[in-house]
Design a protein around this ligand. Structure first.
Ligand code: ADP
Length: 461
C-alpha cells in the first residue's frame, strides 16, 4: 500500500509543479488540498490541467486551518519559505515540509544527474539528455526545465537515467536526494530579490553538493572562483572542466587532472575521465562563445562517466543546435546581425554573450525587471564591446546610472521603440543583441514571450 494513502497533504502553489504533484499524490490515494494566494480566475491554465481530479482548493490566500490540519506540506519553488509565516509555524508544529523534487527523488528508481548553477542549466540539461538519446539510451529530461520530475514518476519512469535541471529554489528543501552526478555550471549574482545576500544564494545552490555521497560524481567549473572552493567541502568524486590547459595551471592539479579541458590549439575538448585520453573536435559545434564550450565540457564529463559512447557524444556535438532565447541568431538585414538572448536575466549571462562576439560592434538592448542586482560589474565589458546601449523597462534608470558613462546610451519607453532605434542607428557589420540582464515580468509573461516578441519585431523590419 502506498505510504501516501489517506494522508492529508497541503500543496502550496497551484503552478506546474504543484499540479503535477497533486496528480501523483491523488493517484497514490492521498487527500490533497491546493492553496494559492492567487484568485481562481488567475489560475485557469492550472485548473484546466487538473480537470476533475479529486482535490480541494483554497484560493486568494491561505488559512491556519489548512496549514495546521495537514499531515504533510508540499511547497512550490516559487514560494519563499523563509518569509512565509504560516509555513514556519507549521514547521515548528512538526508538520513535515517538502517539495515536488524531494517527493519525486524518494520514488525515483534510476540514477539522477542533477544540474544547477546560475547560468547554463537548461543548455547542459538538454545537451546531456541529447547525448544519452544519441546513444539509444532512454533518458528523462526535465525538472526546472519542461516536465517536472514527479510527472515522470507518475507516468511509470521508463528511462535509464533522469537528467534534471535544479534551480536554487528547488534545492532549498533538498535532503534525501543522492545524485549519481551533480553538475555545477557556475555561480554569480542572481535572485538577490529573494535571497538578500550572495551567501544565502550560494548556500541554496550548495544543497546539491551537501546531498552528494562518496559515490557521487561532482562536476565542477575550475574557471569559477566560488565553485573552485566547493571541492574542499565535498564527499563525492570531483570532475573538473576548464577552458585552461591543466599543464599551464601545473602542480598537483595538472598531475592528477580528472575531467575535461579546452585545447585552443586543436579547437577540441580533451577528456580524462576514462582509461584513455579522448579528443572531441569542435569544428562542427554550432554554439557561440566560451561559455558554451564550458557547458559542453560539463555535459561530456557527465555523459561519458555514465557510459555514453564517445561516438554518440561526438554526433551530438555536431547535431546540437542550441535552445531558443539563448544567444539565438535571428537574421541578417542590411548587413546587420540580430541575436535574441532573452534568457539572459543576470549579469554573468550578459557578460558571456558580449564576450562571444570577438570583433563586431554591438548595439545592446537591455532592461526589464530588476532582481536587486548590482549592474556595475557590467561596466568594463560594456566599455569594451558596446557601441550603443538602448535601455528599456523598469530597470532602465538604474542601468543608466551604472553603465551610461561607458557607451552612448538611450532610454526608451517601449520595446518597439528599442528595436526600431537599434536598427535606425546601426551600420553594416553591427550586431544587435537583446540581452536584458533583467527578468521580463515588468512587460511580459516570461522570457519566452519577450524573446518571441523581439523576434517578431526583428522579422518585421
Ligand atoms: P539557465 O537554465 O541556468 O538559465 P540557460 O542555458 O537557459 O541557463 O541560459 C541562460 C542564459 O545564460 C542565456 O543568456 C545563455 O546565453 C547564458 N549562458 C548559458 N550558459 C552559460 C554559461 N556557462 N555561463 C554564462 N552564461 C551562460
Amino acid at each position: 500500500m502506498s505510504k501516501f494513502k489517506g494522508k492529508k497533504v497541503l500543496i502550496v502553489g497551484c503552478g506546474t509543479s504543484g499540479v503535477a504533484s497533486a496528480k501523483f499524490l491523488v493517484k497514490q490515494g492521498a487527500r490533497v488540498m491546493i492553496t494559492d494566494s492567487k484568485q481562481r480566475t488567475e489560475l485557469a491554465d492550472s485548473l484546466k490541467e487538473l480537470g476533475d481530479l479529486k482535490v480541494e482548493f483554497e484560493f486568494g490566500g491561505h488559512t491556519e486551518k489548512s496549514f495546521f490540519g495537514a499531515e504533510m506540506i508540499l511547497v512550490s519553488p516559487g514560494v519563499n519559505i523563509l518569509n512565509h509565516q504560516l509555513l514556519q509555524q507549521a514547521k515548528l508544529k512538526g508538520i513535515p515540509v517538502t517539495s515536488e523534487i524531494e517527493l519525486a527523488v524518494g520514488e525515483l528508481e534510476q540514477p539522477l544527474i542533477g544540474i544547477t548553477g546560475t547560468n547554463g542549466k537548461s543548455t547542459v540539461t538538454t545537451l546531456v539528455g541529447e547525448m544519452f538519446k544519441s546513444d539509444q539510451k532512454g533518458a528523462f529530461v526535465g525538472g526546472n526545465l519542461g516536465t517536472p520530475l514527479i510527472e515522470y514518476i507518475t507516468a511509470g519512469q521508463s528511462g535509464q537515467v533522469a537528467v534534471c535541471e535544479l534551480s536554487s529554489y528547488q534545492l532549498e528543501l533538498t535532503e534525501r536526494m543522492v545524485p549519481a552526478v551533480a553538475i555545477f555550471t557556475n555561480i554569480d549574482q542572481d535572485h538577490l530579490d529573494r535571497y538578500g545576500t550572495m551567501d544565502a544564494y550560494i548556500a541554496a545552490k550548495k544543497r546539491l553538493l551537501k546531498v552528494c555521497d562518496r559515490n557521487s560524481w561532482v562536476v565542477l567549473n575550475y574557471d569559477d572562483a566560488v565553485l573552485k572552493t566547493f571541492a574542499d567541502d565535498n564527499q563525492g568524486k570531483v570532475v573538473w572542466f576548464t577552458l585552461k590547459n591543466p599543464m599551464d595551471i601545473g602542480g598537483e592539479f595538472a598531475e592528477k587532472f580528472f575531467g575535461a579541458y579546452y585545447d585552443a590549439s586543436k579547437n577540441s575538448v580533451i577528456t580524462k575521465v576514462t582509461a584513455q585520453e579522448e579528443v572531441y573536435p569542435l569544428e562542427q559545434f554550432k554554439l557561440f562563445g566560451d561559455h558554451n564550450k564550458q557547458n559542453l565540457m560539463a555535459s561530456i564529463c557527465a555523459a561519458r562517466i555514465m557510459g555514453v559512447s564517445q561516438q554518440a557524444i561526438q554526433n551530438c556535438i555536431t547535431s546540437f543546435k542550441g535552445l531558443s532565447h539563448r544567444l539565438e541568431y535571428i537574421r541578417k538585414k542590411d548587413g546587420v546581425y540580430f541575436f535574441n538572448d532573452s534568457k539572459a536575466t543576470n549579469i554573468q549571462s550578459v557578460q558571456a554573450s558580449l564576450q562571444a562576439f570577438k570583433r563586431s560592434p554591438i548595439i545592446l538592448i537591455a532592461g526589464g525587471k530588476d532582481k536587486n542586482m548590482d549592474f556595475v560589474p557590467l561596466a568594463p565589458i560594456v566599455k569594451q564591446k558596446v557601441k550603443l546601449l538602448i535601455l528599456v523597462g523598469e530597470a532602465k534608470e538604474k542601468l543608466n546610472r551604472a553603465l551610461g558613462d561607458y557607451a552612448e546610451t538611450y532610454l526608451v519607453g517601449t520595446f518597439e521603440e528599442a528595436v526600431l532605434m537599434s536598427f535606425q542607428k546601426s551600420r553594416n557589420g553591427d550586431v544587435i543583441l537583446l540581452s536584458p540582464g533583467c527578468s521580463s515580468q515588468d512587460m511580459f509573461r516570461d522570457f519566452e514571450e519577450r524573446g518571441d516578441y523581439f523576434k517578431k519585431l526583428v522579422n518585421q523590419l
